[in-house]
Design a protein around this ligand. Sequence first.
Ligand code: ACO
Length: 387
Amino acid sequence: MAMNDPSVQAFSPGLAGVPAAKSKISFVDGQTGLLEYRGIRIEELAAHSSFMETTYLLLYDRLPTKAEMDRFSSDVVHHRRIKYRITDLIKCLPEHGHPMDALQAAVAALGMFYPARNVLDPEVQYWSTVRLIAKVPTIIAAYYRLQRGDEQIQPRDDLDHASNFLYMLTETVPNPMIAKALDTCLTLHAEHTMNASTFSGMVTASTLADPYTVVSSAIGTLKGPLHGGAAQEVVEMLEAIGSRENVRPYLEQKLAAKEKVMGFGHRIYKVKDPRAIILQQLARQLFARLSRHGPSPLYALAEEVERVGEELLQAKGIHANVDFYSGVLYQTMGLDTDFFPTVFAMARVSGWLAHWLEQIQDNRLFRPDQIYEGAHGRAYVPLNQRT
Ligand code: ACO
């Protein structure tokens, strides 16, 4: 392939820097660490909004009035239950499977119960959006319980989104401070421009597939350790490091082996991820209030890893990302590490659906090009003549 071929010149591995769509949903400035949802800074939303209100904002491009918020929240609350056949499907999955696989399978199955073929119908759009936001936490909690051999706990209509999720895991109404912290984590993870899982969902959406298939595609993409799996890997890394003294040797050894430090680095941010700043403050406040014995040892270790990691990586523009502190918070909420990405999915379903709605309003099938590097004109050799 000649180097002056325009397709070679335009090639960008991983599509880095290549705009794949026009969008009005969120904006990131990776040089200054700015993230806005529908024009509102993430710091404002984390301080004053809720995940449910932020979801409305992402989907409908404005903050809801009180009446709109009441109706939307009530519709979500009344669609939290899952059909017993979905529970049966979850019960049939292997107990030691990855929760993201269970979530992906159950979300894909939801689409068989609620056919949504006419994706341009506003009723289909509204109710499938409500159902997905409402039922994803119930599916996650059901698999969490069933993995332990426990019965599923039915959702409670009087609890908000985060409190109800934690309740469905443990049958205990959570400490409001912990529920609020989870709600903030959900708000911070709800949307992030053209990330891998959103793009994956949009490619599926561009075929006019139903929203359950769109969300299950996105869940599959989010599962990977380079994307939604990072929070889990961060906690596993902190556990492997074990002590403050081991932080520097561990990181130096990792970098010398050309391995990535989990929870560090981002395709867009060249400064510390603004969501990591908020999550760190949140974790610090939460541990200060909850623990009589000072910050959790894992949190203290995370701060030390960040300090040394900054020293070793900042020259390359690599800093802590959103997943660096989220895992430590999820662990405090009693979640097992392999469930962390499901909490990310429970949040990001709002962003995926906002992009789905935007995509289908002005759809064009995604069909990128490739640079072929294989052979041409090879002869077919019959089986008995091959050596
Ligand atoms: N630790 C050490 N070095 C890193 C890291 C890291 N976490 N991230 C990037 N680098 C280095 C690479 O080794 C590479 O160095 P080189 O130029 O000397 O070869 C350079 O920075 C560029 O790295 P790429 O992987 O090409 O950068 P990319 O933009 O593709 O990376 C990514 C982004 C995938 C997130 C990467 O930083 C990474 O793997 N981080 C760890 C996993 C992680 O935390 N993922 C969560 C991301 S946030 C999210 O999805 C919600």
